[in-house]
Write a protein that binds this ligand. Structure first.
Ligand SMILES: Cc1cc2nc3c(=O)[nH]c(=O)nc-3n(C[C@H](O)[C@H](O)[C@H](O)COP(=O)(O)OP(=O)(O)OC[C@H]3O[C@@H](n4cnc5c(N)ncnc54)[C@H](O)[C@@H]3O)c2cc1C
Length: 485
C-alpha cells in the first residue's frame, strides 16, 4: 500500500464507488478504496439469498450519471445490480485504487500532522489527509437475543450470509423475522421446504410490487436518447409523492394503507391468518414492503405463521410463548442489520484524542449527516439521518458525494489543510431535524423500528423530501466550518 494516499475511502458499495468516480472526475487521483471483503459490491455482494432484488425500481436505484437502459426488470435481481457496480468500477478505472481484504479497524486524528492515521486489521497503518466512510448502514447482520440460540444443531444462517451449501428441499425450515429480506426469500423457501414456520414479531405493511421484465423492445426504446432519463424522472417524482405522508402528515398515508389492506384481503382469504398479518401501527412507521408472492406463500399448506414470541431455541426445535415446540432442521434469520450501533461501534478518535462515542454520548448525529464536529476531514456517506423510507438512497449518496467534493474545493480554494464543522452548526441542524421528526410517523406511528436508537430517537431517516436534502447540500456553507491551516 502507498504510505500516504491523499484520501482514503472505506467500502466499495454504491457509496464508496460513487465517491471514487466523482473524485476522479474532479481531478483527484491520489486516493485508495479500502474494502474488507475480497470483492466490491457491498450489499449487492453480500446478500445472495434466493429472491434478492431491489425494492426501488432499478432505473432509479442506480447512478444518475450511469443510466442503464438494459435493466432486465423493473426491480432487478441482486446479481444484476452487483454486475452493474462491477461494470461501473471497470468503466471508471477504479481497479488501481481498490485494495481488497483490507479492513479498517481504527481512525485516529493526528493534531500535529493534521492528518488521519488509518489502522487496518492486518496491523498496517498509514496516514491520509481525508477519510470518506462508505462502510454501509445495512451491513452488519443483527441476530436476536434468544435463549439457547447457540444450542441449535442444524444449519443456521442470516439472510445476508446465505449458506448455499444447505439444500432446503424437503427440510423443516424456521424463518425468524418478516422484514424486507424475508418477504423476498420466504416464497422461495416455501416452494422447496417440507414445512416452513415463519416467526413474526411485527406484521409488515405490504403493497403490490409493480414488477415486470422489460421486453427486448422496451429496452431498445429505453436506449434512445433521453428515454431512460425520462423514465427515471417519472419514477423519482412518483416516489417523492410518498414523502408527503412521511414528512407532512401521516394521515396522507391513508390511501397507501387502503392499498395495502386491499392487497392483503385479496391475497389472504382466511380471516384468522389475515388478522395476524394485519399491522397494528401507522403505515410508513416501518419500511413499506412490496411483494406479490409473500402473502400467497403464507397461505400454502406447508407454511405456518407464528406470532407468539420465541422463548427458546433448542437443539432441533423452537419454543414459543404459547408453549408450542416446533421442530426445525434449519433456521434462517431475516432479522435485519445493526444500524445505529454499527456507527457507534467504530474506533474513531478525533481532535484532542476525543472518541466518537464521546461525541455521540447524547446520540449519533452529524451535520447534513456527513461531518461531525471535532473530526476534521472525515466524511460519512449515508451517515446519521440520511436513510430513506420512500426513495433510492443512491440519490442521497450522490448528493453527499457532491458535498464532499465541495468541501475539498473549499480546502483547495483557501489553502487550508482540513475543515471541521462548527459544533453550533451541527447542533442547529440536528435540533431542527429532531424537532421535525418528533411529529412524524417514525416516532408517532406506534411501532418500534430499526430507525430508532435505544432511546427511541430516530437517527436513521431523513425527514423530508430528497430534493430538499439535495438543495441543502448543493453548496458548502464556509461559515459552518472552521478551517485548519
Ligand atoms: C437486501 C437489501 C436490499 C436493499 N434494497 C434497497 C433498495 O431497493 N433501495 C434502496 O434505496 N436501498 C436498498 N437497500 C439499502 C442498501 O444497503 C443501500 O441501497 C446501498 O447498497 C448502500 O450502499 P453503501 O455503499 O452505503 O453500503 P454497502 O453496500 O453496505 O457497502 C459497504 C461496504 O463497506 C465495506 N466495509 C464496511 N466496513 C469496512 C471496514 N471497516 N473496512 C473496510 N471495508 C468495510 C463492506 O464490506 C461493504 O463492501 C437494500 C439493502 C439490503 C440489505
Amino acid at each position: 500500500m502507498r504510505t500516504s494516499p491523499g484520501m482514503t475511502i472505506i467500502g466499495s458499495g454504491f457509496a464508496g464507488l460513487c465517491m471514487a468516480i466523482k473524485l476522479k472526475e474532479a481531478g483527484y487521483h491520489d486516493f485508495v478504496i479500502l474494502e474488507k471483503a475480497a470483492e466490491l459490491g457491498g450489499t449487492w455482494r453480500d446478500n445472495t439469498y434466493p429472491g434478492c432484488a431491489c425494492d426501488v425500481p432499478s432505473h432509479m436505484y442506480s447512478f444518475s450519471f450511469e443510466l442503464n437502459p438494459g435493466w432486465s426488470r423493473m426491480f432487478s435481481p441482486q446479481e444484476e445490480i452487483r454486475d452493474y457496480l462491477r461494470a461501473c468500477a471497470e468503466k471508471y478505472g477504479l481497479g488501481p485504487h481498490l485494495r481488497f481484504g483490507t479492513e479498517v479497524v481504527s481512525l485516529e486524528y493526528d493534531d500535529a500532522a493534521r492528518a488521519w492515521r488509518v489502522g487496518t486489521a492486518d496491523g498496517e497503518a498509514f496516514t491520509t489527509n481525508a477519510v470518506v466512510s462508505g462502510a454501509g448502514a445495512l451491513h452488519l447482520p443483527s441476530f436476536p437475543e434468544i435463549a439457547g440460540r447457540e444450542r441449535f444443531r442444524g444449519p443456521a444462517f442470516h439472510s445476508a450470509g446465505w449458506d448455499h451449501s444447505v439444500d432446503l428441499t424437503g427440510k423443516r425450515v424456521a424463518v425468524i423475522g418478516t422484514g424486507a429480506s424475508a418477504v423476498q426469500f420466504v416464497p422461495e423457501i416455501a416452494r422447496r421446504a417440507a414445512h416452513l414456520t415463519v416467526y413474526q414479531r411485527t406484521a409488515p405493511w405490504i403493497q403490490p410490487k409493480p414488477d415486470f421484465a422489460f421486453p427486448e423492445r422496451a429496452r431498445r426504446l429505453l436506449a434512445l436518447p433521453g428515454a431512460a432519463r425520462t423514465l427515471r424522472n417519472a419514477i423519482y417524482w412518483t416516489l417523492e409523492t410518498r414523502a408527503l405522508g412521511f414528512t407532512v402528515d401521516p394521515r396522507l398515508m391513508k390511501a397507501h394503507e387502503a392499498l395495502a389492506l386491499r392487497h392483503l384481503e385479496r391475497q389472504v382469504p382466511d380471516p384468522g391468518l389475515r388478522a395476524r398479518l394485519t399491522p397494528d401501527y401507522t403505515i410508513g412507521c416501518k419500511r413499506i414492503l412490496l411483494s406479490d408472492d409473500y402473502y400467497p406463500a403464507l397461505t400454502r399448506e406447508n407454511v405456518e405463521v407464528v406470532t407468539d414470541a420465541i422463548t427458546e431455541i433448542r437443539e432441533g426445535s423452537i419454543v414459543d410463548a404459547a408453549g408450542r415446540e416446533t421442530a426445525a432442521d434449519v433456521i434462517v434469520y431475516g432479522t435485519g442489520f445493526k444500524v445505529v450501533d454499527a456507527l457507534n461501534d467504530q474506533r474513531i478518535t478525533g481532535r484532542n484524542g476525543r472518541k466518537i462515542q464521546d461525541a455521540w454520548q447524547d446520540g449519533v448525529e452529524a451535520y447534513h449527516g456527513v461531518t461531525v464536529a471535532g473530526f476534521p476531514n472525515l466524511f460519512f456517506l449515508l451517515g446519521p439521518n440520511t436513510g430513506l423510507g420512500h426513495n433510492s438512497v443512491v440519490f442521497m449518496i450522490e448528493s453527499q458525494v457532491r458535498y464532499v467534493i465541495g468541501c475539498l474545493r473549499l480546502l483547495s480554494r483557501t489553502g487550508a489543510r482540513a475543515l471541521d464543522v462548527r459544533p453550533e452548526a451541527q447542533r442547529a441542524f440536528n435540533d431542527r431535524l429532531q424537532r421535525r421528526l418528533s411529529a412524524l410517523v417514525w416516532n408517532e406511528g406506534g411501532c418500534r423500528s430499526w430507525y430508532l436508537d435505544s432511546r427511541g430517537v430516530n437517527r436513521t431517516v431523513w425527514p423530508g423530501f430528497t430534493f430538499e436534502y439535495w438543495a441543502r447540500t448543493r453548496k458548502v456553507d464556509p461559515g459552518a466550518y472552521r478551517l485548519i491551516r
